[in-house]
Unconditional design. Structure first.
Length: 94
């Protein structure tokens, strides 16, 4: 798995507002992680829009390899040479 220089091998905790639509960076090139800043142009990758169901803190994927985009599923731990911890094995409700 390749990493872009702006990806982060851990979840990014952010506060989201119910009903608001966000653009999650899926390419890893954005300087404003985890949000898209348009740096994906020419990569063939596109941001993932998602609308928050409620106002709360969520953990968004920083490594860009999650199976549950835009939310972190613990894949960063595998990239770091480990395995997913119990928190992620139970499933995150973000």
């Amino acid at each position: 798995m390749t990493q872009d220089k702006n990806t982060i091998k851990k979840p990014i905790a952010v506060e989201v507002i119910a009903g608001k639509t966000y653009m999650w960076c899926a390419c890893g090139k954005s300087q404003k992680q985890p949000w898209c800043d348009g740096s994906h142009v020419g990569t063939g990758k596109f941001p993932l829009p998602f609308t928050a169901k409620e106002t709360k803190a969520v953990h968004l994927c920083g490594c860009k390899h999650t199976g549950h985009a835009p939310f972190c599923d613990g894949t960063h731990q595998i990239l770091n040479g480990g395995g997913r911890d119990e928190y992620f094995q139970k499933g995150q409700s973000d």
